[in-house]
Design a protein. Structure first.
Length: 376
């Protein structure tokens, strides 16, 4: 069996044509405005506002700080119900606001928060639900909205993976009180590093703008103890350029996903999430599969290691569960997290990125098939 002669990583940032970027650099060199709400950032915010069809957007230098600031601006405190099956930043943002994360289980198809588990975990101290559209899979939007409404909780979505996803023709950002998007280089859509909040309450914009810029109202007035979370002009330029290519990025990822699903369907012990229902336009940002050891013949961890021998570098997103990291082990977790634990033990995300060739996807599938066949 052949191996790749160069490493195939789980992702590889898309870069727009270099001429497009250098053209934009001329504007920066002309203005000498590198950051602090420069003209490119203002243009970018306008583009995103059109893209998401809402005036309520605010840009940040990364998604983590955006989420931290969102929680602070909304005055969230006490306990927040959240998922243990996500990237660490989701929970860290709670911790930095001195909020207690309450981890509850996920549902088995798309790995998003299980609404029943959410409802069971509500206490008098609960103030919000922080749900994650993990891999870009929309959460159970109606059920979570209903729970939030009945219990008077704020509903915040970590949509870090969900850029470009729509539900019933509406951007995913229109659900819940607040959504966070990450534009980190590893994401399908990126601005090198970056983050964006979208929100329903237009009144939050001014607080978010203060908080990301040290709390400055003007030259002499600081109205709150803010931090520095501003996006710079280079990030904004990259963000504008990558946005032009978004449709192509999603379309090529869709084709890659179709090949994986077609080719690996026949391999025992490889389980894909169901395809999204017709009312969802998905972004194909990740390619998660569950490896069912008893059927595949090898554990997820063994396959993960074996693939490296072929120069295929998959990732175990998201393993371990957040509650198992040393920094959160002290938290008591009442929910047995049965599905989360099972999925974290089985999940493997396969390479998917813009210039991954279909022939390379076919070869990754051949390798996985061959590894299984060799087990006898
Ligand atoms: C689910 C999730 N939340 C939050 C973040 C934090 O975003 P950033 O890397 O832009 O700080 C990320 C990605 O990195 C993420 O995957």
């Amino acid at each position: 069996m052949k191996k790749f002669d160069k490493p195939i990583y789980v992702t590889r940032p898309f870069l727009p044509p270099l001429e497009e970027f250098t053209e934009g650099l001329k504007e920066i060199w002309g203005s000498h405005l590198l950051t602090n709400r420069g003209p490119i950032l203002r243009r970018y915010e306008q583009r995103l506002s059109e893209f998401f069809d809402t005036p309520n957007v605010c840009l940040f230098n990364n998604g983590t700080l955006a989420l931290q600031i969102a929680l602070q601006a909304m005055g969230i405190s006490g306990e927040v119900i959240t998922t243990p099956f996500t990237f660490v930043a989701t929970t860290h943002a709670l911790y930095w606001n001195k909020i207690r994360p309450v981890f509850v289980d996920i549902e088995p198809d798309y790995y998003t928060l299980d609404p029943e588990a959410v409802e069971a975990a509500i206490t008098p101290w609960t103030t919000a639900i922080l749900a994650v559209h993990v891999y870009g899979h929309p959460c159970k939007l109606d059920a979570l909205a209903e729970i939030a409404r009945r219990h008077n909780l704020r509903l915040i979505y970590d949509a870090a993976h969900a850029f470009g996803v729509t539900v019933d023709g509406k951007s995913i950002c229109h659900f819940g009180d607040m959504s966070l998007f990450s534009f980190h280089a590893t994401k399908l859509y990126h601005s090198i590093e970056g983050g964006m909040l979208s929100f329903q309450d237009a009144g939050l914009k001014i607080t978010l703008d203060y908080l990301k810029n040290f709390g400055f109202k003007n030259e002499t007035e600081v109205v709150m103890p803010g931090t520095n979370a501003k996006m710079n002009e280079f990030q904004a330029l990259m963000g504008i350029l990558v946005l032009r290519h978004l449709d192509g990025l999603i379309e090529r990822a869709r084709k890659i996903d179709a090949v994986y699903r077609k080719r690996l369907k026949e391999v025992p012990g490889i389980k894909f999430p169901p395809t999204q229902p017709n009312n969802v336009a998905y972004n194909y940002a990740y390619e998660p599969v569950e490896i069912i050891e008893e059927e595949f013949g090898m554990s997820r961890d063994a396959l993960y290691q074996k693939l490296k021998e072929f120069n295929v570098h998959s990732r175990r997103y998201f393993y371990p569960l957040l509650c198992d990291y040393a920094c959160y082990q002290g938290l008591s977790v009442k929910d047995p997290l049965i599905v989360s634990r099972r999925v974290a033990e089985r999940i493997l995300t396969l390479p998917i990125y813009d210039d991954l060739k279909i022939a390379e996807v076919e070869m990754i599938c051949d390798i996985i098939q061959q590894i299984h066949n060799d087990l006898g």
